[in-house]
Design a protein around this ligand. Structure first.
Ligand SMILES: Cc1cc2nc3c(=O)[nH]c(=O)nc-3n(C[C@H](O)[C@H](O)[C@H](O)COP(=O)(O)OP(=O)(O)OC[C@H]3O[C@@H](n4cnc5c(N)ncnc54)[C@H](O)[C@@H]3O)c2cc1C
Length: 401
């Protein structure tokens, strides 16, 4: 039997589900194909967390998802402290500097995913195929034909690849990728600290890479993202917990007292990816399928959520004026818009990474002076804060109406 949908989203991660939830009030018939079954939430802190910007919070509120995230697991942070190891360079950001209450929120990915699923599963216009996988895509003039692993056949006007960094959709439709290795692996773990985090997100730049401590829902609990060269990551993973704790405490300049590992250490290789096309005939890419960036500024999923709501806006416009949502000419505005925003974010990450690269004393002094300067120039600082809060760039109408 041939099943028919307007829109088929491949990948029910945070970004794919946000797209579906943004289209709840539309007449579009949506299929979501996700190959992993949801796992129950755990009481123990999960090691994958995201710094969610003020803008992403507004997106979740507008699509009715924020209220389903367990409030006890949302940790707001109102200050951010960034410094360079073994030097005087530092910069501090405070929500009050932009008349806001918070700079952002640290939330476990599984809590966000669970809230999104709760909302999308209640949606009248969505059908889930889970666990299932796409095994073939054929693009025709008027529609795309999809075959799933389960043998089901689907016709659809538009296929959205929201299937993550190694996107099957992107490869299948031969969209080239610009990419480079950051030569960093990120070690992620949950850490108990002697001193309370006081709702401050902290990051130290070391010659090997940045180490972030993100505040969690207990006052002495943080999630770390420790980016180091691949060899060093292997060494850190192989250390005994006692030795790891010592190295971590030292690297973090003892800012929160002694640090104690509470979870396993998981390592993620970090690669910059930028798809050359975010759209083509009957195809659109969003989230990590379209771009991946270094996590040093915690912006990856925030960028992806903006892709999702921007695409939803373009699809609604086409559908309301009875245009074919899968025609490239109707996706071009989305593509131009989001490619520009992603390219700017990639360039900012590169600038930050390069700025803190290298141990040369002259370079270090110049860098530290630049940081001190930035820390004392209010308009510059405000601009940084607004960018981190997701308040710069061209915003979708869901955020401005
Ligand atoms: C160490 C680290 C820390 C980070 N910290 C932050 C942060 O603080 N803030 C931030 O904004 N971002 C952060 N990021 C980035 C963020 O995690 C990603 O941008 C985000 O998870 C991407 O979401 P997504 O939905 O696009 O992709 P994914 O989360 O990868 O979801 C893709 C989904 O597609 C499914 N799938 C894959 N292939 C198929 C297929 N063929 N068929 C069906 N389903 C399929 C997968 O099962 C998955 O559910 C971090 C990243 C890393 C590595």
């Amino acid at each position: 039997m041939m099943l028919s949908y307007d829109l088929t989203i491949v990948g029910g991660g945070m970004v794919g589900l946000t797209l579906a939830a943004s289209l709840a009030k539309s007449n579009l018939k949506i299929a979501i194909i996700e190959n992993r079954e949801a796992t129950p939430l755990s009481d123990a802190p999960a090691s994958r967390v995201s710094a969610i910007s003020a803008t992403s919070r507004t997106i979740f509120e507008k699509i009715g998802v924020w209220q389903y995230i367990n409030p006890k697991r949302i940790t707001p942070y109102d200050t951010m402290c960034v410094w360079e190891k073994d030097s005087f360079g530092k910069i501090e950001f405070d929500a009050q500097q932009v008349e806001a209450e918070q700079l952002g929120y640290i939330i476990e990915n599984e809590q966000i995913q669970h809230a999104l699923l709760t909302v999308v599963q209640q949606q009248h216009n969505v059908t889930f195929y889970c666990p299932d996988k796409l095994s073939n895509i054929a693009l025709g003039d008027g529609e795309a034909w999809l075959t799933l692993d389960s043998g089901k056949n689907i016709t659809t006007k538009l296929v959205v690849g929201a299937d993550g960094a190694n996107s099957w959709v992107r490869k299948q439709v031969n969209i080239p990728l610009t990419h480079w290795d950051y030569n960093h692996h990120a070690i992620v773990a949950t850490i108990k600290t002697d001193l309370p985090h006081q709702h401050c997100a902290r990051q130290v730049f070391t010659p090997e890479g940045p180490l972030a401590f993100l505040p969690l829902f207990e006052k002495d609990l943080c999630s770390i993202v420790w980016s180091v060269p691949p060899e060093k990551a292997k060494q850190l993973q192989a250390l005994s917990a006692i030795e790891f704790n010592k190295q971590l405490t030292r690297t973090f300049d003892n800012r929160l007292g002694f640090c104690e590992l509470q979870s396993e250490r998981v390592s993620f290789p970090l690669t910059m990816r930028y798809a050359r096309d975010f759209a083509k005939h009957r195809i659109a890419l969003i989230g990590d399928a379209a771009h991946t960036i270094h996590p040093l500024a915690g912006q990856g999923v925030n960028l992806g959520l903006l892709d999702a709501v921007s695409l939803a806006q373009c699809l609604l416009k086409s559908s309301e004026s009875e245009k074919d949502i899968g025609l490239y000419e109707n996706l071009r505005q989305f593509e131009r818009w989001r490619k520009t925003e992603a390219a700017q974010m990639i360039a900012s990450m590169e600038l930050l990474k390069q700025l803190f690269h290298g141990d040369n004393p002259v370079q270090k002094t110049v860098r530290d002076l630049a940081l001190l300067f930035a820390d004392n120039v209010a308009p510059l600082k405000k601009q940084f804060i607004k960018q981190a809060m997701g308040l710069s760039g061209e915003l979708p109408t869901i955020l401005t109406h």
